[in-house]
Ligand binder design. Structure first.
Ligand SMILES: *[C@@H]1O[C@H](CO)[C@@H](O)[C@H](O)[C@H]1NC(C)=O
Ligand SMILES: *[C@@H]1O[C@H](CO)[C@@H](O)[C@H](O)[C@H]1NC(C)=O
Ligand SMILES: *[C@@H]1O[C@H](CO)[C@@H](O)[C@H](O)[C@H]1NC(C)=O
Ligand SMILES: *[C@@H]1O[C@H](CO)[C@@H](O)[C@H](O)[C@H]1NC(C)=O
Length: 693
C-alpha cells in the first residue's frame, strides 16, 4: 500500500469503519435496511435497521417504510418461537428466537437464529439473472428455511410463515379478496377487490395480485384467516387446517393473512433440506408506453413463456436449487471483482445490486394476433423515491455502471424506449427529454415538452450512454438507427455546453445555476462522444469537426473553470472559492476519450483530499451534503489509490454507520452521516463504477 500524506492519513483514520452496534455477528456490515424480497418497484420488501434490528425485531416494510406483514414461527418439540416479524398473538405463549448472525451478498440476506436447541437458517434470495430475460423479469423472490439441532439430540420441528394483504395496496382501508389453490403447489393469491390499472397509492401498485406459495409436499398445510387466529392455530398445533376464510374484507379489518406451514419432522445435527417459500406480485399489463399509434400495453417478459401465474410460480419454486447455485456464482464473481478495489468497496457494491436492479422491469409487446413479440424488448425503470418518473435519463445515467457490469443489453433496452419516443417526433424540444412519463408505470411521454428540463444534462447523458453501449458490445445498431437524434443533441451541446445557461443538473435539489463547470464537462464529453460515434459510422469529416470543437472547448473551458488559486475546478465560472465533485469526468475515462488533460485529473485528485468531511466529500460548496453515487464516480477519476479510497471508505462508512433505517440512500450529510431523504433509488448501481473502468 502506498504511504499516505499526513493529511490523508488522519482522514483515513477519521473514515475508519464505524459499525452499527448489534449483538449478533454481521458480514460484511449492518446496512441501513436489509433487502428481503427486492425485484421490482412493487416487490420491494426490506428489514429496516437504523442501529440494528433482528429479523424478529421489526416488521418488514415496503421501500417507503410502510409495513408489509410477513411473519414466521418455528415450533420445536411443541415450543413455539417467532423468527420473522413482530406479531402479537393473544391467548398463546411463544418465545422469540435469538438472532446469532446476519450476512448479505449481492443476491442473498442470510439470518441464523437459535430457537431453543435448534438453529434456523433463513435465507432471502432475490435472484439477479441479468442474462435471462424470463428469469430477470420474474417478479418473485425466495425465502428458504432450514433447521439443525445444536445439542446433539433430535427434535421435532415445524415451520410456519404468512403474509398479510398489505402486499396489495398502499391503503389498508381498501377491500381485498383472495383464494388458495392446492395442486402440486400451494398458492395463495390476494388482490384488491377494486382495481385501477397503471395506478399507484403511496407508491404501491393498485392492480394485479400478490402471491405466497410453497411446494405441496408431504406435511405442507395452509390456512387463510385473521392474523391472530391463524398464527395461534400454528403455535398451538404445529399444523394448519387447510381452510379458507371467504369473508372478503378490508386489509386492516381483522387482518387477513395467507399462511403456509411445513413439517420438518425429526431434525438432527445435520441441516435439513430447506423448505422454500415464494413471494411475489404480478400484474398485467405492466407498462403503458406511448407510440405514434397510441398507447401500447406491455407485459413483463416472462409472460412470453408462461400461460398463468401459477405455472410461473411452480417453475420458480422448482428452480430454487439451480437459482441458488447461479446466485452463488454471481455473488462470488462480484466479490472477486470488487475485492480488487477493497473489502469496503465489496460491501457497498453487494448492498447496491438488488436495490438498483429492483427498480427495473423487462417488458415485451404483443403482435396484432395477440402473441408476444419477443423481438420487441423494452426495459423500464422507476425513479423510486425522488419523484416516481419513468425512465429518467439522469437516473439511468448514474446507474449505468450496473448495466455495463451485469449485461449491457439491459442498458440498450432502457435507452431504446427513450430513443423510439423521441424519434417519433412527438417530443418537441431540441434537447433530450428528461423522462418517459411523470408517473410509473406510465411511459406516456411529454408531448407538450413540459418535462423537467435538464437540457445539457440529458443530451450529454444520452450520447455518453449510447457510445458506451456500442463500445462495450460492438453493437452499433442504435447509433445507426438514431444518428439524426444523436446529432441533434450534439448540435444543442455545441450551442449550450461551453457556456451553459442557467439550468438545473441532475442534482436538481441544489437548484439551478449558470455556467456550471461540471455540466460543461458533460456537454464537452458528449460532443467528443458524437465525434467517436461519427467515426464508428464512417463519417470521418463530421468526426474530425466534432473532435476539434471538443478540443477547442476544453481549452476555453479551462480558462473559465479554473479557480484563480490554480488548485481546483470551480463549481461555476468566475466563483473561485467554489468547487464541486467533477464526476462527469468519469465519462471521459469510461469512454477512453482523453478529452480532458491529465493535469486536471491530478489537480482534482490533490484537491479533494483537502476538503473531506467525516463522512466524505461534499457534492459542492453550496451545502455539506453529498451523493454516494457521485462520490464513487469521482473516486473513479482519482489518479491515486489513496484518493480513490477516501471516496470508497466514505460511502462504506455512511452505509454501515446506523444513521438511517431506509433502503440505501444516495444523498446524505457529510458532517454527521444524516440521511437527506432519498432512499431505495436505482442510482446506487453507480456504486459499480469502479468495476467497469
Ligand atoms: C377479486 O376481485 C377481482 C377484481 O374485482 C376479481 O377480478 C376477482 O375475481 C376477485 N377474486 C375473488 C377470489 O373473488
Ligand atoms: C390496455 O390494457 C387496459 C387494461 O387491461 C385495457 O383497458 C386497454 O383497453 C388496453 N389497451 C390496449 C390498446 O390494448
Ligand atoms: C458565464 O460565463 C461566461 C464566461 O465567463 C460569462 O461571459 C457570462 O457572463 C457568465 N454568465 C453568467 C450568468 O454568469
Ligand atoms: C462543424 O460543426 C458545426 C456545428 O454543427 C458546424 O456549424 C460547422 O459548419 C461544421 N464545420 C465543418 C467544417 O463541417
Amino acid at each position: 500500500m502506498r504511504l499516505l500524506s499526513g493529511i490523508s492519513a488522519s482522514l483515513a483514520l477519521l473514515l475508519s469503519t464505524v459499525y452499527a452496534q448489534v449483538s449478533w455477528t454481521v458480514s460484511p456490515f449492518n446496512p441501513p435496511s436489509i433487502p428481503l424480497a427486492v425485484r421490482t418497484p412493487y416487490l420491494s420488501a426490506w428489514l429496516p435497521q437504523g442501529p440494528g434490528a433482528a429479523l424478529n425485531g421489526a416488521w418488514p416494510t415496503f421501500w417507503t417504510g410502510s409495513i408489509l406483514g410477513w411473519a414466521g414461527f418455528v415450533n420445536v418439540d411443541g415450543t413455539s418461537y417467532n423468527f420473522l416479524g413482530t406479531p402479537g398473538v393473544p391467548g398463546v405463549t411463544f418465545q422469540k428466537a435469538v438472532q446469532k448472525s446476519f450476512t448479505f451478498t449481492s443476491t442473498q440476506s442470510i439470518f441464523v437464529l437459535s430457537a431453543g436447541p435448534i438453529d434456523l437458517t433463513v435465507t432471502f434470495l432475490s435472484p439477479v439473472e441479468p442474462n435471462d430475460l424470463v428469469k430477470q423479469s420474474t417478479p418473485f423472490a425466495y425465502m428458504s428455511v432450514s433447521a439443525m439441532s445444536t445439542d446433539g439430540a433430535a427434535h421435532t420441528v415445524q415451520v410456519y410463515s404468512d403474509i398479510s394483504a398489505e402486499w396489495v395496496s398502499g391503503d389498508n382501508s381498501l377491500k381485498a379478496n383472495w383464494s388458495t389453490t392446492t395442486g402440486n403447489t400451494l398458492i395463495h393469491q390476494v388482490s384488491l377487490a377494486s382495481q385501477t390499472v397503471f395506478s399507484e397509492v403511496n407508491d404501491h401498485t393498485q392492480y394485479g395480485s400478490a402471491y405466497y406459495a410453497t411446494s405441496n409436499v408431504v406435511g405442507a398445510t395452509f390456512q387463510t384467516g385473521a392474523d391472530v387466529t391463524v398464527r395461534a392455530q400454528f403455535i398451538r398445533n404445529g399444523v394448519l387446517p387447510n381452510t379458507q376464510d371467504t369473508n372478503f374484507r378490508a386489509i386492516s379489518d381483522n387482518w387477513p393473512v395467507f399462511a403456509l406451514a411445513h413439517n420438518l419432522g425429526s431434525v438432527s445435527g445435520t441441516a435439513t433440506t430447506p423448505v422454500v417459500f415464494a413471494v411475489g406480485h404480478v400484474r398485467d399489463p405492466a407498462i403503458q408506453y406511448i407510440t405514434r399509434n397510441g398507447n401500447q400495453n406491455r407485459s413483463l417478459y416472462f409472460w412470453s413463456q408462461f400461460r398463468t401465474a401459477a405455472d410461473l410460480i411452480t417453475s420458480f419454486l422448482g428452480d430454487f436449487n439451480a437459482a441458488l447455485s447461479r446466485a452463488k456464482t454471481f455473488d462470488t464473481k462480484v466479490q472477486t471483482d470488487a475485492n480488487r478495489i477493497s473489502t469496503d468497496y465489496t460491501g457497498v457494491v453487494e448492498l447496491s445490486i438488488r436495490q438498483s436492479l429492483g427498480a427495473n422491469e423487462i417488458t415485451v409487446s404483443k403482435n396484432s394476433d395477440g402473441t408476444f413479440n419477443t423481438n420487441d424488448v423494452l426495459l423500464f425503470m422507476k425513479e423510486i423515491s425522488s419523484d416516481g418518473n419513468t425512465n429518467t435519463v439522469d437516473v439511468i445515467f448514474p446507474a449505468w455502471p450496473i448495466f455495463l457490469y451485469t449485461n449491457p443489453q439491459l442498458g440498450k433496452f432502457l435507452l431504446e424506449g427513450l430513443f423510439r419516443y423521441q424519434a417519433s417526433g412527438l417530443y418537441p424540444n431540441k434537447w433530450s427529454v428528461h423522462d418517459l412519463g411523470a408517473h410509473y408505470p406510465q411511459a406516456i411521454g411529454h408531448n407538450d415538452g413540459g418535462d423537467e428540463a435538464m437540457p445539457v444534462e440529458e443530451s450529454g447523458n444520452m450520447l455518453i450512454m449510447a457510445l458506451s453501449y456500442a463500445q462495450k458490445t460492438g453493437d452499433n445498431s442504435q447509433l445507426t438507427t438514431y444518428t439524426a437524434l444523436l446529432d441533434q443533441w450534439t448540435q444543442f451541446l455545441i450551442t449550450d455546453s461551453l457556456i451553459p445557461a442557467n439550468q438545473i443538473s441532475t442534482d436538481d435539489f441544489a437548484g439551478p445555476l449558470a455556467n456550471q463547470t461540471n455540466l460543461a464537462i458533460k456537454g464537452i464529453v458528449g460532443i467528443k462522444a458524437m465525434s467517436q460515434i461519427a467515426s464508428i459510422l464512417g463519417d470521418t469529416a463530421k468526426s474530425a469537426n466534432y473532435s476539434s470543437i471538443a478540443a477547442n472547448y476544453v481549452t476555453r473551458w479551462q480558462g473559465f473553470a479554473q479557480s484563480t488559486t490554480g488548485r481546483h475546478l470551480t463549481l461555476s465560472y468566475g466563483n473561485s472559492a467554489s468547487w464541486g465533485l467533477s464526476y462527469n469526468m468519469f465519462a471521459d475515462k469510461l469512454l477512453k476519450l482523453n478529452v480532458f488533460p491529465q493535469s486536471i485529473y491530478d489537480q482534482q485528485t490533490a484537491w479533494y483530499q483537502t476538503v473531506t468531511q467525516p463522512f466524505g466529500v461534499p457534492l459542492d460548496t453550496r451545502h455539506t451534503y453529498t451523493k454516494s453515487d457521485w462520490e464513487i464516480w469521482t473516486g473513479g477519476i482519482m489518479t491515486t489509490t489513496a484518493a480513490r479510497d477516501i471516496f470508497v471508505s466514505a460511502v462504506h462508512k455512511w452505509a454501515s454507520s446506523g444513521t438511517s433505517s431506509a433502503p440505501f440512500g444516495d444523498w446524505y450529510e457529510t458532517t454527521n452521516g444524516a440521511p437527506q431523504g432519498f432512499r431505495a433509488r436505482p442510482v446506487v448501481g453507480g456504486h459499480l463504477a469502479l468495476l467497469v473502468l
